[in-house]
Design a protein. Structure first.
Length: 407
């Protein structure tokens, strides 16, 4: 991920049962090409030994304030100077109390006093402990002091009870880390994103749809949220976790999607239409399941409203972005749509299996984590991007939108 690549991240582990999840968090952060080191409390070592984290991080684990590194470095000071962000996960009531009150009596609390970078605190404990007035008071102090709190999830706890207090999944903690390290260049902007397919029901158990996974639109919504935008995501039926901290509107048919877009477009600065909207719907959906009978039956289809075309007619000073997945004549088709729908940028790509060498621009884009796209701009400029993770395509698109604003 663009904004945490090559960053120095420290995971601070205190003595809670969820310490085992920190091993997976470490691996996830490493996969983003960031450097990870670990600072542990003595009690954390009862749950997962320092050796585990030393082996995973490939670096010494800092557990003792009074030990010296190879070159007589003072670790809590030197590491603090080199660190771009700290994640305390799990954060027990004890370490939360220490940080809130400036206490430094072990490696982790001393290190945390020395750092000046963003610190994410991930509380994890039994629900009664979490809800205790003193713990809540300390968490409020941390928020006021500028710490970033990743709220614990609700669910079954290791102590056999159920309630709020679970350490969020490592993916969510990583997402919040990326949020903390991303520039907030879209702060104050309201962005509407559409994603996924639509379903046009033929009868209650059958529909016309397409294989859009929604991954591109979700990646854009996530990237925009990371960069400070106020994001609404209008989504067709997909199998994806909703991004954190955005407004979700779930839809099924093109008609639902149109309504959701028109209801939410007011005050939007930017609208990005990634959704693969069905152009037609059955003229009349059967109320009951259609039974097998004749050898041949026909389906009469009726055109759906073109949502983006309607938005383009009433564009005002909104930025409008479309997507065009084509099987042939990408440039011509995409440029036609850009003009017809009054867009600022259209993101084009060729889809389908490659059948010969001339097809080497094609990628089976549906459902993949990567995409090879071309940006066509309103002023006639064209930019070819290499095959990239959809997250990176999302950021590249947001970068170009930010440039439009400057220009
Ligand atoms: N779009 C839309 N409403 C529709 C159809 C498409 O808002 N009813 C939007 C899509 O979200 C996308 C862009 O228009 O951003 C281009 O979609 P596409 O299906 O490629 O274009 P169409 O205009 O439907 O043209 P065709 O199907 O003939 O290629």
């Amino acid at each position: 991920m663009k904004y945490i690549k090559d960053k120095n991240i420290v995971i601070g582990i205190s003595g809670g049962i969820a310490a085992y999840k920190s091993a997976e968090l470490l691996r996830l952060i490493q996969k983003q090409d960031a450097n990870v080191r670990v600072v542990m409390t003595h009690n954390a070592g009862y749950f997962v030994g320092p050796l585990t984290f030393e082996a995973l991080s490939g670096k010494p684990v800092y557990t003792n304030t009074f030990e010296k590194g190879g070159n007589t470095e003072i670790r809590h000071i030197q590491w603090a100077e080199e660190t771009d962000a700290v994640i305390v996960a799990p954060a027990t009531a004890n370490i939360i109390g220490k940080i809130a009150n400036g206490i430094a009596d072990d490696a982790l609390s001393t290190f945390l006093l020395a750092v000046t970078c963003p610190v994410l605190i991930c509380p994890s404990m039994n629900t009664n402990m979490y809800e205790k007035i003193s713990v809540q008071r300390n968490i409020e102090i941390l928020k006021k002091d500028g710490y970033f709190i990743v709220e614990p999830a609700s669910g079954e706890l290791a102590c056999g009870t159920s309630g709020q207090g679970r350490l969020p999944e490592p993916e969510e903690i990583l997402d919040r880390l990326i949020y903390c390290l991303s520039p907030k260049d879209f702060k104050g902007k309201k962005i509407l994103v559409t994603a996924g397919p639509t379903r046009e029901h033929i009868d209650p158990v059958r529909y016309i749809s397409n294989p859009s996974s929604g991954k591109m639109g979700y990646a854009i919504a996530r990237a925009a949220e990371h960069r400070g935008a106020d994001v609404t995501l209008v989504s067709g039926p997909v199998n994806l976790e909703p991004p954190v901290n955005i407004t979700m509107v779930n839809t099924v048919s093109a008609k639902d999607m149109a309504k959701a877009v028109f209801d939410n477009m007011e005050n939007c600065d930017i609208i990005i239409k990634t959704a693969a909207v069905s152009d037609y719907r059955p003229k009349e959906a059967a109320k009951q399941k259609i039974k097998k009978g004749m050898d041949e039956i026909s389906l009469v289809l009726q055109k759906n409203e073109d949502i983006l075309f309607e938005l383009g007619k009433n564009k005002k000073n909104r930025v409008l972005i479309g997507f065009a997945a084509e099987t042939e004549n990408l440039e011509k088709n995409a440029k036609d749509k850009l003009a017809r729908k009054n867009l600022d940028i259209i993101v084009g790509n060729l889809v389908g299996e490659r059948s010969d060498e001339e097809d080497d621009e094609k990628s089976p884009v549906f459902g993949m984590d990567t995409n090879k796209v071309v940006f066509f701009f309103r002023n006639g400029d064209t930019e070819h991007l290499p095959l990239m993770e959809k997250d990176m395509v999302a950021h590249a698109l947001l970068d170009r939108i930010a440039d439009l604003d400057k220009g």
